[in-house]
Design a protein around this ligand. Structure first.
Ligand code: HPA
Ligand code: ZN
Length: 350
């Protein structure tokens, strides 16, 4: 890999913002800004329990994952038609382009919508059309990952997979999200085995609030290729070795971890520890409309709080491309662009 010379601290935020990157952990329903929630509520005649955008924003005071999820699912209730899903994804993709995201792998939660009577094809077709249009109109590559809600049953996950079956060419993989503690990965062993047979890529949230044991079972029982969050791995030395040796990427979300009180003080975040241990960590926004920032805000704030360096920045961006489910040709192309941005940064040295 390119040997990264030091960059003055004053120049680091600009470099973090300008470098090309992939976003691998973004819940599209978590990109729904309060303004868009209100606009869609009005368009669709859906009543909201908040009088204004400001009142809704004031409710974003979370104490843990569950307190966030309750509001997050309520926000998604305004999504009814294919165009709503299109508009939500289009807004995220435009925002991602501004942050120099070259490639995004976007999570969506079909059960949140099918439970309200919205057909799964409405969800997938709207999101997929937004990804296709963004590729030609905005120059960003974007794919979809269907997430099963782990607080629901195995049966419900199987039913969702069956509904999605005719649309599988529009998704690259499956994931597992929602309330972690009490819902270990093993609960979905058979669903993930079936998804694997179908040739889908596999990821799962594990070790956000849950113990290292959930990361082990995501790897060994579900056979996932990446771990979403995974920050609790530091409590298990053997697991850290395994993650490093197998180059299992962790999609870390610093501002999410701060807002959900995993690391209430961003200065205590363990991203640097994960990188120092040789893990393929990446930086992502999780639910940017709820956690106070898109991907570049996550980069700049965690770097400022923990003193990470330009070398770490290069490694994180490189990891994000390497850990993506894009083609090898695309990965090499983006990694080349990344190197060029760093080289240009040194050309301007005084
Ligand atoms: N964890 C679990 N489920 C989620 C998250 C998260 O960070 N964001 C949206 N759904
Ligand atoms: Zn998440």
């Amino acid at each position: 890999m390119f040997k990264v010379p030091p960059v003055p601290a004053s120049r680091l935020p600009a470099l973090l913002r300008a470098m090309p990157k992939a976003e691998l952990h973004i819940h599209i329903e978590g990109s729904l800004e309060p303004e868009l929630i209100f606009a869609l509520a009005q368009r669709n005649g859906v009543p909201l329990p908040y009088a204004s955008v400001e009142e809704l924003r004031r409710a974003y005071a979370f104490t843990n994952l569950q307190s966030f999820l309750d509001i997050y699912y309520a926000g998604a209730s305004v999504l009814l038609h294919e165009q709503d899903f299109y508009d939500m994804a289009r807004a995220y993709l435009a925002r991602a382009v501004a942050d120099h995201v070259a490639h995004a792998e976007i999570f969506f939660d079909p059960q949140t919508h099918t439970a309200r009577g919205v057909p799964i094809e409405t969800v997938i077709n709207g999101l997929h059309r937004a990804c296709e249009d963004a590729r030609t109109e905005l120059g960003i590559s974007a794919t979809l990952i269907l997430c099963f809600l782990r607080h629901l049953s195995e049966e419900s996950a199987f039913e969702t997979l069956e509904q999605a079956q005719p649309l599988l060419d529009k998704i690259v993989g499956v994931g597992l999200d929602s309330s972690e503690v009490g819902h270990p990965p093993e609960k979905f062993a058979r669903v993930f085995a079936r998804c694997r047979e179908l040739g889908l890529h596999l990821v799962a949230h594990a070790g956000e609030e849950g113990p290292p044991a959930y990361i082990w079972s995501a790897l060994d029982v579900l056979k996932v290729e990446r771990i979403d969050h995974g920050v609790q791995a530091v409590h298990d030395a053997l697991l850290m070795q395994r993650l490093a040796q197998d180059r299992i990427a962790l999609t870390v979300c610093p501002l999410s971890n701060q807002k959900l009180q995993v690391f209430p003080n961003l200065a205590d975040h363990n991203l640097g520890k994960l990188l120092d241990a040789g893990l393929a960590a990446t930086v992502n926004s999780d639910d940017p409309a709820y956690f106070g920032g898109y991907i570049n805000e996550n980069f700049t704030q965690v770097f400022a709080a923990t003193g990470l360096t330009a070398r770490n920045a290069y490694q994180l961006a490189w990891n994000s491309f390497e850990a993506s489910f894009a083609s090898s040709a695309d990965k090499r192309n983006w990694e080349h662009q990344l190197k060029e941005v760093f080289e240009r940064c040194y050309e301007h040295d005084d």
